[in-house]
Design a protein. Structure first.
Length: 142
């Protein structure tokens, strides 16, 4: 009996790892013509250390995270970052607006900063095809 218990315990982590590897993320279809963009600031703008960022979205609606409604998503803001993996839930240092917010106040150090928006579905996964903005650059001054 003791050998059987040991064998089961040793096999358990392998089974868990195999199960996790087998899980595929389902991507939500993006509506045709969906586009996310910055209302403000604009590319090349000079902004104070604390400034407002307003998000725009065309051809789809904004809904809080967890909302299972076609043609909707919620905003994520990337600051000085590359795009995340487009087939996985977004996390990390990405600013997440899961309440359905369409603007935020940001405080950054003086200097140049790159900003980009990306829309996530109810599970924080980018749509298929992904809906993300052009990258803009702002100069922050004191």
């Amino acid at each position: 009996m003791k050998q059987l218990i040991c064998a089961v315990l040793l096999a358990a982590p392998l089974s868990l790892a195999a199960a996790e590897a087998a899980v595929e993320v389902t991507r939500t279809p993006a509506p045709e013509g969906a586009e996310v963009y910055f209302i403000e600031p604009t590319d090349g703008a000079t902004v104070p250390t604390t400034f407002t960022v307003k998000f725009g979205l065309r051809n789809m609606g904004v809904a809080p995270a967890g909302t299972d409604k076609a043609a909707t998503g919620h905003h994520h803001l990337l600051i000085d970052q590359e795009l995340p993996p487009l087939d996985q839930p977004m996390g990390g240092d990405i600013m997440h607006f899961g309440g359905g917010q369409t603007e935020t106040e940001v405080t950054l150090e003086p200097g140049e900063h790159d900003l980009r928006l990306i829309v996530g579905d109810k599970n924080h996964v980018p749509h298929e095809p992904p809906v993300y903005s052009e990258q803009i650059t702002v100069t922050v001054v004191e």
